[in-house]
Design a binder for this molecule. Structure first.
Ligand code: FEC
Length: 318
């Protein structure tokens, strides 16, 4: 008999339309509506990247579909069928909706995974907490992938992207060694450090592994997309880093946002528009690595870690 395993694929979520930006932003702010100025600022940023569709919505849809295909295509364990459900942090279908749909489909065993490779109690931990609570009240036995930031195929996929851009720099006449690689991820409030959170260390581990695999020696880690709140956020921010590098006479920069797996606002606006415009002002060349999106090798990473957790479920060790 075939056992069905539900897979809750969790992602940040994005509005469905420009009219939906206000409620989305209010949800991110835990129910506090943004001021008119904050709302206008966010809408302007979306308007700059949205050509009719919100990229993150399309990309998450494609990733969920591709993961389900990968999980069932290469499935050696023919008595298991994987069914993927989407659960978003700040938009519909919410994490709780995804768990509810699993329960309605009669699923009683499930694996949860977040489309973000690095664990922080303030990011991945928040998704897992919500899914766990809903699974418990829905009678679903659920286990979670916490992080996959050093998975060999992830390091390989990121390394291929870094090497491809370094080749491009070389073709354009630059020396590979003169390109500064800037690994980056979404900033979080500085207080996570005193909580012993693994987020920063995991990001540094991914950066180091990719630098080693690509033979890059000129690299550093920097933060991006910090929230606009009064408390201190982890820095330096990529825009300040670019200004510092300009003082050091660095001309060529490669942005590698390893904390993200899709094209979305924080990549398409914060890097491709905002950081690019600072680089242009400083007369620097800035390129960015291609996002993973639904690259088959990224799907292989996800299916591998999901299967691993499913194996634990079957063995009764969730
Ligand atoms: O394309 C899109 O529509 C969504 C892009 C998007 C992604 C994303 C990922 C992360 N965030 C993380 C943490 C925070 C914290 C706050 C916060 C605020 C925002 C705002 C927008 C936004 N985030 Fe986000 N984030 C994305 C978008 N994020 C829009 C609100 C306006 C602004 O500050 O720009 C602050 C909340 C507060 O006010 O208290 C904290 C982390 C990630 C990466 C992990 C993940 O994907 O979950 C961490 C994509």
């Amino acid at each position: 008999m075939t056992t069905q395993i539900g897979v809750l694929v969790m992602s940040y979520g994005t509005p469905e339309s420009l009219e939906g930006v206000k409620s989305y932003y209010t949800h991110i702010r835990r129910g506090n509506p943004p001021s008119a100025e904050q709302l206008k600022d966010l809408k302007d940023r979306y308007e700059a990247i949205v050509g009719g569709v919100f990229p993150l919505r399309e990309n998450t849809d494609r990733q969920v579909k591709a993961l389900q295909e990968a999980l069932n295509r290469d499935n050696k364990d023919k008595d298991v069928e994987y069914i993927c459900f989407q659960g978003l942090k700040h938009a519909r279908p919410f994490i709780e909706d995804g768990v509810e749909r699993m329960a309605e489909s009669g699923i009683n065993q499930a694996v949860g995974i977040v489309l973000a490779p690095h664990y922080s109690v303030m990011s991945v931990g928040g998704y897992i907490k919500r899914a766990k609570e809903k699974a418990e009240s829905s009678g679903i036995q659920m286990t979670f992938v916490q992080s996959y930031h050093l998975h060999p195929q992830l390091i390989e996929a990121l390394s291929r992207r870094v090497s491809a851009r370094l080749d491009q720099y070389e073709e354009a006449g630059a020396n590979r060694e003169d390109v500064r690689v800037l690994f980056s991820a979404h900033s979080l409030p500085e207080r996570i450090l005193s909580m012993g959170d693994p987020y920063r260390d995991q990001l540094l581990e991914t950066s180091k592994a990719v630098a080693e695999q690509t033979g890059v020696t000129s690299w550093q880690f920097t933060w991006q997309s910090a929230g606009r709140t009064a408390e201190p956020w982890l820095g330096p921010d990529i825009l300040d880093t670019l200004r510092e590098l300009s003082k050091e006479q660095v001309e060529y920069v490669l942005s590698a946002p390893i904390g993200f797996v899709s094209d979305h606002l924080e990549v398409l606006y914060d890097l491709d528009i905002e950081a690019q415009s600072v680089a242009a002002e400083l007369d620097m060349r800035l390129m960015r690595i291609e996002s993973l999106n639904n690259d088959p090798s990224f799907m292989a990473v996800l299916s591998d870690v999901v299967r691993d957790r499913a194996g634990e479920l079957k063995a009764g060790r969730p």
